[in-house]
Design a protein around this ligand. Structure first.
Ligand code: ADP
Ligand code: MG
Length: 687
């Protein structure tokens, strides 16, 4: 009788032969705790020890070659403890000089007539090999003829120890590796079986074999990642424990008619998508993307209205207080005709006010609560939270969103972002969300003209400010944030502020930075909003969402320090009214991509196009920095190189999760167990 197969995850790495207690500690630093972790510790490249002949190698190449020692070793000492050993070696019928540096121990092994394999750099002119590694066939040649894995190592873990230990683990526990992909997919893509793949990624027979192993393991990694998202999504739909918002279309029509503008077709389309989801019995999880100024706020306002009219409450969570206050103002204005009660909750609301507000919220006197992170505190309790909207999603962690979500039984969630990405990317990267996109901007907007200017031409910048100010318009001057030193940033902004004050004694110049108190910030934003301040010098605190339609000039200092999407966001602060607007990038970029970014900004003011070019410049890997997207750090897969695989894996995972069989058949019990272990189901029973 076989003992039941132990799971590799439950075998501590210590149980592998050769792993002592101190070594185990060292392995922990690499995130290796279990046998599974060790087997999944893949090499990042290989060293080629395959035998070649002298005729096929070029000067300067690294080779592994077999020969016979024909001359006694000669030692030359130089410097302190340094030595050079040479020995004439016969290779392919020629006499070659083998050279070792600082390997005194090798001397006694170099006996006349002994066979040896040498690995090193070939110098064709001197007929010489500088040896980095050698083996003697009479002692066994473990490396010769192979591709040797190269692992990321350090501390007390050496390359050769890691090789030996992983090899040992493969021999000892390799048979426990089980296929974890559905058979039909293994067949469809002719994937290497898992056991083979794990073995061959560590020890490929040849490069093609290594690639085959990698192909299989990359697919596995991406498929399992997508399966989690897709299963979560299906589960959510099957559970159907969301709120069915019964929305009277007439109320929505009336509200739309009360707006000072007509909704664009794109807005109408996404409103319909959102309302259709809200009527469903499962909880909505939808991403709303649209360029800056596309008009996402009013879409959110309609969705929140629908939730309230269906008898529930809504929450709108934004990343900054300035933005929260602005949303508070615009929603209160939009809702004037509806009788909806809005309230603002931020960190700077006084304790007394906060208490009243929380009581009102719990009693259902407040319909829509707008605020910052303050919304996710424990004592914020809704009577019946039906819809959560978060704005500028990349600034919130997935965790914060899910805490907010848990404040209702299973509220609908709408996530808004102004960093639009192509649809295929979006549905792939945010695999558990539905995606709505506002493509067109409201009509009648005059495109923003963007100019790139060198620091030496600041006079032209002053000229721009003068011209706009004389026409009654206003300007932003943005100073970059230097991560390491907030103090320096602030100083930088203050210097700019002083200089502009001197330059324009007749204008009111304002200053806004992160070190100011909330009430100071509010005051200055209000003054800018009321055109009491004409020129606002600010660090990036204004980046998100600020809406001052009379501002027509955006000047970005040291623009090369900003990423493309951030530049585009900043630029979106102007061009919000009926006047022509300008964006001036002051920059002397030192790198090619820096110049490229300035060029992209001058070429287009379409956020999707900016995102596309950004993606081109950086590649999806960087574009989806884990911080921004919530994408996991893949072990093997590379978001840039393997993006096509990710798309395929997503389709396969979605298809599988949609099959009834997946949720019931024994065939998929292993995959379901894996999902359960990853807490995809948050304690719910599956079968
Ligand atoms: P964003 O998508 O960047 O959040 P906003 O919702 O702040 O954009 O909208 C930008 C501006 O456009 C606001 O002043 C808003 O009132 C206005 N707006 C929204 N929709 C329309 C529309 N259909 N027609 C004209 N103006 C609109
Ligand atoms: Mg907005």
């Amino acid at each position: 009788m076989n003992t039941p197969a132990a799971s590799l995850e439950s075998i501590p790495v210590r149980q592998i032969k050769g792993v002592s207690a101190p070594k185990e500690q060292e392995l922990h630093a690499f995130g290796i705790y279990t046998a599974q972790d060790l087997l999944n510790y893949f090499p990042f490249r290989y060293e080629d020890y395959r035998l070649r002949s002298l005729t096929e190698v070029k000067d300067g190449e690294k080779i592994t070659i077999q020969g016979v020692i024909r001359g006694l070793p000669m030692v030359a000492r130089f410097g302190k403890g340094k030595a050079r050993i040479t020995a004439k070696t016969e290779i392919d019928g020629q006499l070659v000089t083998a050279v070792w540096f600082n390997r005194m121990f090798i001397k006694d092994q170099l006996q006349l007539g002994r066979e040896i394999t040498l690995t090193g750099k070939w110098d064709a002119h001197r007929m010489q090999i500088t040896v980095v590694d050698s083996e003697f066939p009479d002692k066994g040649t473990a490396k010769t003829g192979t591709l040797q894995p190269v692992y990321s190592v350090g501390g007390g873990i050496t390359q050769s120890w890691m090789r030996k230990t992983i090899r040992q683990a493969l021999e000892q526990l390799g048979p426990l590796l089980q296929e974890n992909l559905p058979e039909q997919l293994v067949r469809k893509y002719r994937l290497m079986p898992r056991q083979d793949a794990v073995f061959h990624i560590h020890h490929p027979d040849d490069p093609k074999d290594g690639q085959g192993a990698r192909r299989r393991l990359v697919y596995e990694e991406l498929f399992l990642f997508q399966l989690k998202l897709q299963a979560y999504r299906m589960m959510n739909r099957r559970k159907a424990d969301g709120i069915v918002h019964r929305v009277d279309p007439e109320i929505i029509r009336q509200f739309a008619a009360s707006l000072p503008f007509e909704l664009t077709d794109a807005q109408k389309k996404v409103v319909n998508e959102i309302l259709a989801d809200m009527r469903q019995p499962f909880a909505m999880n939808r991403l709303l993307q649209g360029d800056v100024g596309a008009g996402k706020t009013v879409v959110a306002a309609i969705a929140l209205l629908a939730a309230v009219k269906a008898g529930h409450q809504g929450a709108l969570m934004v990343p900054t207080e300035i933005l929260a206050e602005q949303h508070m103002r615009s929603l209160t204005r939009l809702y004037e005709v509806t009788g909806l009660q809005t309230a603002l909750l931020t960190g700077s609301v006084s304790e007394r006010k906060r208490r009243d507000l929380l009581a009102g919220l719990q009693m259902g006197l407040i319909d829509v609560l707008i605020g910052t992170h303050a919304l996710i505190q424990d004592d914020v309790i809704f009577r019946s939270l039906g819809l959560v909207v978060t704005d500028e999603q990349h600034r919130f962690g997935v965790n914060q969103r899910s805490i907010l979500r848990r404040k209702g039984p299973s509220p609908d969630v709408l996530t808004m972002t102004a960093t639009p990405i192509p649809r295929t990317l979006a549905i792939t990267a945010f695999g558990d969300m539905e995606v709505s996109t506002i493509k067109e901007r409201p009509k009648g907007r005059i495109p923003i003209q963007t100019h790139w200017i060198k620091h030496s031409m600041m006079d032209r910048v002053f000229g721009f400010i003068r011209r706009e100010a004389d026409a009654g318009r206003q300007a932003y001057v943005i100073c970059p944030l230097i991560e390491e030193s907030e103090k320096l940033d602030v100083q930088n902004a203050i210097d700019q502020f002083v200089q502009l004050q001197q330059q324009f004694p007749d204008l009111k110049v304002g200053l806004l930075h992160g070190r100011m108190t909330t009430s100071e910030k509010d005051e200055i934003m209000k003054a800018f909003g009321d055109n009491e301040v004409q020129v606002l010098v600010a660090t990036t605190v204004v980046e998100v969402g600020v809406d001052v339609p009379n501002a027509t000039l955006m000047i970005i200092m040291d623009a090369e320090r900003f990423g493309l999407s951030q530049l585009h966001q900043l630029r979106g602060r102007v061009g919000r009214g009926s006047h022509a607007s300008f964006c001036i990038l002051v920059a002397d970029p030192k790198t090619e991509t820096g110049r490229e970014r300035m060029a992209v900004m001058q070429d287009t003011d379409d956020g999707f196009e900016v995102a596309r070019r950004d993606l081109e410049l950086r590649g999806p890997g960087d574009f989806f920095g884990t911080k921004q997207s919530g994408m996991p750090d893949f072990k093997l897969a590379d978001m840039a190189a393997d993006f096509a695989v990710l798309e395929v894996a997503r389709e396969d995972a979605a298809e599988l999760a949609a099959e009834g069989d997946f949720w019931t058949s024994d065939t998929y019990a292993g995959l379901r167990a894996m999902l359960a272990k990853d807490q995809i189901f948050q304690g719910e029973q599956l079968d």
